[in-house]
Design a protein. Structure first.
Length: 355
């Protein structure tokens, strides 16, 4: 039987111990499950017991967690889960990911929560055009909006422009009641929700009134040159290749663009190609353009959402493999049907039979 290893971490204060343990020791329970190690809190002392390798790994992960606590970001169970995803499964450091605060509003800090989200934020800082491609709930639009707000109030750009194609499950704007503004409002509600999380309502309304924040359908971008702007194209999977090219060529001096979308949720008619699908093959080798791919591990909503995303991906992969197998079998049958049989016209067998 392997010898049980033991390590002790001395905590600085009762408040640090409470932040680490969580309400009703909820954080400790998550840590025990994820780190395969028994954790016992005695006053300001945390005792780790288990296999030597597990204890070493747990100690390193908890030290990272304490660094996040020292930075002032409050912990909750979802955050602890995300931090452990980074510490246990990913190559990054939780303190580096969570230490990057993009925007703060009313004491609420907005920043990356996964390694890919950190790569995404860094890509937006470093590149003129950034694509964020991945499933729902990975923070693509929310983080892009936070970066836009930060750039605007930091005087890096003079305005924010948020746009998206007005396509939704085959519906047409013409069939919706009301003015143009009333028609497009439901399509832009997620963008407005993100803005209201980051800017006080009255101030946001004033900025929209002055045109310093603009929310408009993609069709309204045609013919414009967008200088000194932070521009976000959301739901880009519903653009055609022609619309994508039109949007990207609106780029002006002193501007940044972020394009977000999920290629598994395309609402275009089946006969039309998504402009976002072709982006990696067309633009991947161009300097100052970055493409960040998200996956199910980056979902930062309810854990059940992550499981749903992963389940759909597994199902799609299985269906795709079965479809490819059927196509291969059909090709083999067609090829077998083309092979000449002895006695068919034009075969050596025919010539011998007629001689």
């Amino acid at each position: 039987m392997a010898e049980v290893a033991r390590a002790v971490i001395d905590l600085d204060s009762n408040s640090e111990a409470l932040a680490l343990a969580g309400e009703h020791d909820g954080h400790l329970k998550i840590l025990e499950q994820r780190l395969d190690c028994k954790l016992t809190m005695r006053g300001n002392m945390l005792i780790l017991e288990g296999d030597a390798g597990a204890v070493d790994k747990a100690r390193a992960a908890i030290e990272e967690l304490l660094t996040v606590i020292h930075s002032g970001r409050p912990l909750n169970p979802a955050m602890v889960e995300s931090l452990m995803d980074i510490a246990v499964n990913a190559s990054g450091k939780p303190s580096e990911v969570y230490g990057d605060v993009v925007w703060t509003h009313r004491g609420r800090q907005v920043g990356p929560r996964t390694v890919n989200q950190k790569l995404y934020v860094d890509a937006i800082r470093s590149n003129t055009i950034t694509f964020g491609i991945g499933p729902a709930g990975t923070g693509k639009t929310y983080l892009a909006t936070a970066m836009a707000v930060s750039a605007f109030f930091g005087k890096q750009v003079g305005r924010i422009i948020l746009t998206r194609p007005a396509v939704e499950a085959g519906e047409s704007l013409g069939f919706l009641p009301g003015t143009v503004s009333e028609k497009v409002d439901p399509y832009f509600r997620p963008l407005f929700d993100a803005l209201y999380d980051m800017i006080d309502g009255e101030r946001l309304a004033a900025l929209i009134e002055k045109g310093e924040i603009e929310v408009a359908p993609l069709a309204y971008m045609r013919g414009r040159t967008l200088n000194d702007s932070f521009i976000i194209l959301d739901e880009a999977q519903n653009t055609s290749p022609e619309q994508m090219k039109m949007f990207l060529t609106r780029l002006g001096f002193g501007s940044k663009m972020v394009v977000t979308g999920d290629v598994t949720q395309i609402d275009l008619p089946h006969s039309r190609t998504s402009g976002l699908v072709t982006v990696p093959e067309v633009l991947d080798d161009i300097a100052d353009i970055s493409i960040v791919q998200f996956d199910g591990h980056d979902v930062v909503r309810h854990k059940l959402v992550q499981r749903i995303v992963n389940a759909y991906k597994a199902h799609d992969d299985e269906v795709g493999a079965a479809r490819e197998q059927r196509r291969a079998e059909a090709r083999r049958r067609r090829e077998a049907g083309r092979r000449p049989e002895p006695g068919d016209a034009g075969t050596p067998g025919d010539e011998e039979a007629g001689s």
